[in-house]
Ligand binder design. Structure first.
Ligand code: HEM
Length: 360
C-alpha cells in the first residue's frame, strides 16, 4: 500500500462511488435522443459497444503482465503458469465477445436503419483498443489488409496514433514467443539433435508404410516416400513464401514441445502454445461472427467507415491470424509410437530422471 494513503473508512465507499456509476451510466448518449428521432435500439447498440471496450481494456491489462513476464529470461515456471492463466482469461473474454453478437442481433436490420444514418463516418474500425489488442498479440502493419487503400491509423487522432505506433514498436507477444522458443533448451544436446532424430523417425515411419503398400499391390512407392519426406522437411526450413512467420529454430522447438507434451517439464510450455492457439481461434471466430452479423445488418452496402463491409471483414478472419504457425504443426505430427525416444542425457536435463544415490 502506498505510504500515507489510508484505506477508506466505513461508509466512505459505496457501491455506486466505487464503480463510478454516475460516469458509466451517464455515458450513453444516443444521437437519436439528441435529435429527437425515434430509434429504440440505439441504446443497445451503444451499450454493446461500450461493453466491448471495457473488455478490451481488461485484455490489455492482462497483456501488460503477460508481456512483462514473457520479457524475463529465462521465464520461470511460476511465471509461465501465471501467463497461461491470464491467456485463458483473455480467451474466455473473447468468447464472451462472440456471444455478445447474439444480443446485438436481436436488433433487426430495419431497427438499425432507424439510426444508422446518424452514425456519420464513425465505425468500430476506429477502435484504438481493438488495434492495440491485435498489435500487441502480433499483427504488424505489414500483414494488415489495407482498408480502402488506407492504413488503420489513417483516421486516428494524434494521441491515438502515438499509442498505436508505440505498440507497434514494442515487442509483441508473437515476437516474445519466437524469442522464448529459440531459447528452448533440450532441442539439441551434445550428441542429440531433435531435428535429425525426428527426420529419421519420419523416414522409418514412411518406410513402414511403403512396406505395407508393397505387400498390398506391389506399387513402387519410392517416389511418393521421397515426396512425403520432402514435405516433412518443410517444417525444419519454414519458408515465409509458404506462409510461415516463425524462424526454423522456433518452429523446431514448438514441434518438440508439442510432440513431447506428455513429459512433465513440457506441460506448461505446451499449455502456453495451446492457449495462444485458443486466442487466435477466438479472435478468428469473433471476426467471422462479426462479418456475418454485418452481412445480415447491411447486406452488401459499404460500412460507415467506408470499407467494402462484409467482404473486407471476412478476409480479415482468414488473413489476420497471428499464431497460425502453431496450427500448421499438426501437418507434421507422427503417431506417438513412431516418435524417436528422448536420450537419457536430455531426459536428465529436463528433470524427469531423478538421480538415485548410485547414479548420482
Ligand atoms: C450493427 C452492428 C455492426 C455493424 C453493422 C458493423 C459494421 C462494421 C463494418 C462495415 C466494419 C468495416 C469498417 C467500416 O467500413 O466501417 C466494421 C469494422 C469493425 N467493427 Fe463493426 N459493426 C457492428 C458492430 C460492432 C461491434 C458491436 C463491435 C465491437 C466493438 C464492432 C467492432 C468493429 C471493429 C473492431 C472493426 C474493425 C475490424 C477490422 O478492421 O479488422 N462492430 N464494423
Amino acid at each position: 500500500m502506498r505510504r500515507g494513503v489510508k484505506p477508506a473508512g466505513p461508509g466512505e465507499i459505496t457501491y455506486s462511488s466505487y464503480l463510478a456509476l454516475d460516469e458509466i451510466l451517464g455515458a450513453q448518449r444516443p444521437e437519436s435522443a439528441r435529435l429527437g428521432v425515434d430509434a429504440h435500439d440505439e441504446l443497445l447498440f451503444i451499450i454493446v459497444h461500450q461493453t466491448y471496450e471495457l473488455w478490451f481494456k481488461q485484455i490489455l491489462h492482462e497483456l501488460d503482465r503477460v508481456q512483462a513476464d514473457f520479457a524475463e529470461s529465462p521465464v520461470d515456471d511460476w511465471r509461465l503458469g501465471r501467463m497461461v492463466h491470464a491467456l485463458r482469461r483473455i480467451t474466455q473474454i473473447l468468447k464472451l465477445g462472440v456471444q455478445q453478437i447474439d444480443v446485438l442481433e436481436t436488433m433487426t436490420p430495419q431497427d438499425f436503419l432507424d439510426f444508422r444514418g446518424l452514425l456519420s463516418t464513425s465505425s468500430g474500425f476506429q477502435s484504438l483498443q481493438f488495434r492495440l489488442v491485435e498489435t500487441r498479440l502480433g499483427l504488424g502493419s505489414a500483414r494488415r489488409l489495407l482498408y480502402e487503400g488506407k492504413t488503420v491509423d489513417a483516421d486516428m487522432s494524434e494521441a491515438e496514433r502515438t499509442a498505436y505506433h508505440a505498440a507497434e514498436a514494442a515487442p509483441t507477444l508473437r515476437d516474445q514467443l519466437e524469442a522464448w522458443l529459440v531459447r528452448t533448451p533440450f532441442v539439441t544436446g551434445e550428441r542429440y539433435a531433435f531435428r535429425s532424430a525426428y527426420r529419421e523417425a519420419v523416414m522409418a515411419m514412411l518406410r513402414r508404410e511403403r512396406d505395407f503398400a508393397d505387400n498390398v499391390d506391389q506399387v513402387d512407392e519410392a517416389a511418393a516416400i521421397e515426396r512425403a519426406a520432402k514435405a516433412f522437411e518443410a517444417i525444419f526450413e519454414p519458408d515465409p513464401k509458404a506462409g510461415w512467420t516463425m524462424s526454423g529454430k522456433a518452429v523446431e522447438a514448438a514441434l518438440f514441445i508439442t510432440v513431447y507434451r506428455d513429459k512433465p517439464a513440457l506441460h506448461m510450455p505446451a499449455s502456453l502454445l495451446s492457449s495462444l492457439m485458443d486466442i487466435d481461434e477466438a479472435m478468428a471466430l469473433w471476426r467471422t461472427r462479426h462479418a456475418l452479423m454485418v452481412e445480415r445488418m447491411i447486406g452488401m452496402r459499404s460500412g460507415t467507415g467506408g470499407s467494402s463491409g462484409h467482404e473486407y471483414l471476412a478476409r480479415t478472419a482468414r488473413e489476420h491470424r497471428v499464431f497460425a504457425d502453431l496450427f500448421r504443426l499438426s501437418t507434421y505430427l507422427i503417431p506417438r509410437d513412431s516418435l524417436p525416444p528422448i536420450p537419457p542425457e536430455i531426459e536428465r536435463r529436463m528433470g524427469f530422471v531423478y538421480a538415485t544415490p548410485e547414479s548420482a
